[in-house]
Design a binder for this molecule. Structure first.
Ligand SMILES: [Zn+2]
Length: 266
């Protein structure tokens, strides 16, 4: 029996962070993430470009290198209260503004104020958005049923218990692999707040079982696993995607199927 429940590098767990609104505290948060080797996704409102010149805009985006930047609409309105045409403009204009400096397609998103419904999801889907995070805490560790309603594990203020639970299972057989922590860096107001966040990040860092990934890396990897074509006898696997994919056989052997290759398993 084959199962796609192994992640890049043969790892069994994933940790991701997601921070909204692009406050100046992001700079310090990124330093913290870099110090501990964890990855984050930063959901940005391109209205922040309004009072910036070309060089300042480039510098603003450059501070996020090594992490992902994603949409959060231009003006941070309420998506369910907007005409569909306004929501589409708010999303596409945000994409265009961010992509101009990002150098890659910006197709991730989080809902401003966590506000969405089915109509919002279909509008975003038409805008090429492939995932969007909500603000609904699950306190669970599974992948989303719908990438356009991606509920995080928890907000960072509530992360202590879920993090302890997640870490306690690192070496056990377990089906739910993903710890997803979200928040706003402007919520770190005091040195005490920063110390608490550093303690959280440090506790999650440096574990060989964990893949530290941005939101889009998780989405892309999961999509790549779904594209693998498997022969009826489960011996020949074709990976047509541009990402290496790991597969597990009989809950013990792990094989890598390189990007763009067809592989015969022993
Ligand atoms: Zn926001």
């Amino acid at each position: 029996m084959l199962q796609f429940r192994v992640f890049p590098g043969g790892k069994r767990r994933i940790v991701t962070f997601s921070y909204d609104d692009g406050s100046r505290n992001d700079v310090r948060l990124i330093e913290l993430f870099n110090k501990y080797g964890v990855k984050g996704t930063f959901h940005l409102n391109s209205r922040v470009f309004d009072d910036k010149n070309e060089d300042e805009r480039r510098a603003f985006i450059d501070r996020y290198r090594g992490h992902e930047i994603a949409c959060h609409t231009v003006h941070h309105g309420w998506p369910t209260r907007m005409p569909a045409s306004t929501l589409i403009a708010e999303t596409m204009d945000d994409r265009r503004a961010l992509e101009r400096y990002a150098g890659y397609p910006v197709v991730g998103m989080s809902y401003p104020s966590g506000d969405y419904d089915d109509r919002v999801i279909s509008a975003l889907s038409a805008c090429g958005i492939v995932y969007s995070r909500t603000t609904k805490e699950t306190f669970g560790f599974g992948f989303p049923d719908d990438w356009l309603a991606w509920h995080p594990t928890c907000h960072h203020r509530d992360a202590e218990a879920p993090t302890a639970e997640f870490l306690s299972t690192l070496d056990s057989e377990w089906k739910r692999p993903l710890l997803y922590i979200w928040g706003h860096s402007h919520e770190f107001k005091t040195e005490e707040d920063w110390a608490k966040q550093e303690k959280l990040v440090a506790s999650l860092a440096g574990h060989e079982q964990i893949w530290y990934a941005t939101n889009i890396e998780i989405y892309n990897y999961c999509e790549a696993t779904r594209r693998v074509v498997v022969s009826a006898d489960e011996k020949t696997l074709c990976n047509p995607s541009a990402l290496d994919v790991w597969v597990e056989r009989d809950k013990k052997e792990v094989f890598v199927i390189p990007a763009g290759k067809t592989v015969a398993l022993p």
